[in-house]
Design a protein around this ligand. Structure first.
Ligand code: ADP
Ligand code: MG
Length: 315
């Protein structure tokens, strides 16, 4: 089982202004089952667009997204009325998946019954099992989401995602909205579930320090493109792209290691994806850009086994 994303683009047309937002500009990812890919990049770089695409909520403008060789968007469309999906999305905000007017047990029951996952008389037992699995007492099943803490609510969203027995979970900033004190607990839960249930994860964050403990591979995104990817330790200990170096330098607990010594904060703002810079999209903010970077588009190339960057200036 593999997730294969091949040269995917996503363009949004804004009706009023007729602008075209280039949310994804050629993303390629191959992720084997039971591995975790951490995706990192600043706000607006296309992470959530990619997440929605992987679960089949969005159609690529071009390129393909497949799971076990099957195109995900077509499959999701065919499954709306029939079978459950083996790919689930967990959002940053648990209220995106939990109805505030529904008891948490009922929102899990909904998934189980809509997709006929268990016999009617086994629903309550399965709800208890799922809640226990995420560290929530089954006695809380009759509570409403607002009667839980933020951490508990996110655990319930995870339980709801697990209800359809997915193989792949796309976690879009799952702990970013939580208090720092409970983040580690939810991260540990996710790591534990991955081992116990043999899950494959796409773990998305704007913060490198959040993904490093959970990822086997890391992909760094900038303006809808992956600019560096590789095994987590090569990317973090031997970063090559100036953007990755800048993200590492911005990590709160960053200690200078190896050659990642860009201490200067990034210049300027992320450009608007409705008016993409020419050449390398990062050149306007890049500390090592030369004039040809404004005309030469960059593609990923391998610099050590499985470690790729898109930068002509790194030799
Ligand atoms: P991230 O999750 O990394 O913050 P997003 O994927 O949410 O990034 O957004 C990428 C870009 O696409 C942003 O410029 C955003 O405004 C734009 N975008 C996302 N969804 C839509 C949409 N439905 N219509 C128009 N623009 C969108
Ligand atoms: Mg997002």
């Amino acid at each position: 089982m593999t997730l294969s994303i091949t040269d995917v683009t996503k363009r949004y047309k804004i009706r009023v202004t007729r602008a075209q937002v280039n949310a994804l500009n050629g993303v390629t990812i191959d992720l084997p089952a039971k591995k975790t890919l951490g995706i990192v990049g600043e706000s607006g770089c296309g992470k959530s667009t990619l997440a929605r695409m992987i679960v089949g909520l969005e159609q690529p403008s071009s390129g393909t997204v497949t799971w076990n060789g099957e195109p995900i968007f077509d499959k999701a469309r065919n499954m709306l009325s029939s079978k459950h999906s083996n790919i689930q999305l967990v959002f940053q905000d648990p209220y995106s998946s939990l109805n505030p007017r529904q008891k948490i047990g009922d929102s899990i029951a909904e998934v189980l019954t809509v997709h006929h996952l268990v016999e009617k008389d086994a629903v309550q037992a399965r709800i208890a099992e799922l809640l226990t699995e995420v560290g929530i007492s089954p006695e809380l099943a009759h509570r409403y989401p607002h009667q839980l803490s933020g951490g508990q609510r996110q655990r319930v969203s995870i339980a709801r995602a697990l209800a359809s027995q997915p193989d792949l979970l796309v976690l879009d900033e799952p702990v970013s909205a939580l208090d720092v004190s409970v983040r580690a607990e939810v991260m540990n839960l996710l790591i534990d579930l991955r081992e116990r249930l043999g899950l494959t994860y796409i773990f998305i964050s704007h913060d490198l320090s959040m993904i490093r403990h959970i990822s086997d591979q890391i992909a760094v995104m900038y303006l809808g493109k992956i600019v560096e990817s590789g095994p987590w330790d090569s990317v973090l200990e031997n970063p090559q792209h100036p953007y990755t170096k800048a993200l590492i330098a911005a990590m709160p607990d960053h200690t200078e290691v190896g050659n990642n010594a860009y201490e200067a904060p990034l210049k300027g703002e992320v450009p608007d994806p409705a008016s993409m810079p020419t050449g390398c999209a990062f050149h306007l903010r890049c500390p090592i850009a030369v004039p040809s970077c404004s005309t030469n588009a960059q593609t990923l190339r391998e610099i050590e086994p499985n470690h790729q960057i898109a930068c002509q200036e790194v030799k």
